[in-house]
Design a protein around this ligand. Structure first.
Ligand code: AKG
Length: 291
């Protein structure tokens, strides 16, 4: 067990399990999913800072990826604008490389780059995570310091591997009542009105204290993988100047035991389609279909 101990408003965080890669492989991803609690797994050997950045640049630099631009200066953030750029540009060109306020990041579904993913990770991720199944995704995330993903949940199982930099994940159990959700009709039922959970306004959002008393406060180090179960709320903050992650998002029948989440998920899928919103469609790989 491990705990990056923290106290918010005097409310302590809860410890979480730590596993080695061997333990993870012995159990298998499916058993971890059935256990349904957040855990941290050491999956990659230690590497010098910059090692994975260089590898990502070399192997994926020419890939076209989704650049997400979002104005995070307002409490009610505007919707993200998405354009496509070669990944290399994010590392080498302005305004991205000087961006330190979290406006720009890369969030792109690279499931068509399975050989590259295996090269980057040094193991056969296709077998372990079954991310080639139709509803599943494999994403690359790249951002500079100053980035915050406000408190939200996802309707997929998440295995998130940190390659460069550190990120702080504040993780809290599923539910709706204690989180003060934003507009369900606008597709924001998975996002909390409380912009921060690390210094939450408990006068305005008193029930959040219940969720905070069950939180896991996890600083994910390079080489570690977070298992984040479907439906668990999380706020994510960049700790270092450059972050690179690869995550696998996997569907699971657990969803059918969570009627509110299922309803929100179906509504949101329809809402995104009708409004033409970005939905992490897989990027095309030049090698796709080439044997
Ligand atoms: O890395 C981030 O900023 C957000 C990650 C996240 O929300 C996720 O993996 O579900």
């Amino acid at each position: 067990m491990n705990d990056t101990a923290s106290e918010y408003h005097g409310i302590k965080s809860v410890p979480y399990p730590r596993l080695s890669l061997d333990e993870f492989l012995t159990w298998g991803a499916d058993s971890i999913i059935r256990a349904d609690v957040p855990a941290v797994i050491d999956v990659l050997p230690p590497a010098e800072p910059g090692f994975h950045q260089a590898a990502v640049l070399e192997k994926l630099g020419d890939a076209t990826v989704a650049l997400v631009r979002k104005d995070r200066s307002k409490e009610n953030e505007t919707r993200a604008e998405v354009t496509k750029i070669p990944l290399r540009d994010y590392f080498e060109k302005e305004p991205y490389k000087s961006n330190r306020d979290g406006t720009y990041r890369i969030v792109s579904n690279i499931k068509n780059y399975s050989d590259t993913i295996n090269d980057l990770l040094g193991f056969d991720a296709t077998k372990i995570f079954n991310y080639q199944a139709p509803l599943n995704l494999a994403n690359i995330w790249v951002n500079y310091g100053g980035m915050r993903s406000r408190n939200h949940f996802d309707d997929l199982e998440n295995f998130n591997i940190q390659l460069e930099g550190r990120k702080r994940f504040v993780v809290m159990p599923p539910g709706f009542k204690n989180y003060y959700i934003r507009s369900a009709l606008r597709g924001y039922a998975n996002t909390s009105k409380s912009v921060r959970v690390d210094n939450a306004d408990l006068k305005r959002y008193p029930r959040l204290a219940v969720a905070l008393s069950q939180r896991r406060d996890i600083v994910l180090e390079p080489g570690q993988m977070l298992y984040l179960p479907m439906g668990w709320w999380h706020q994510v903050d960049a700790v270092d100047q450059l972050n690179i992650n690869i995550n696998f998002w996997l569907s699971d029948p657990k969803m059918f035991r969570r009627p509110l989440m299922l309803a929100d998920s179906l509504y949101k899928a329809a809402f995104r389609k009708v409004n033409g919103l970005y939905n992490l469609q897989p990027e095309k790989s030049p090698m796709e279909g080439v044997k």
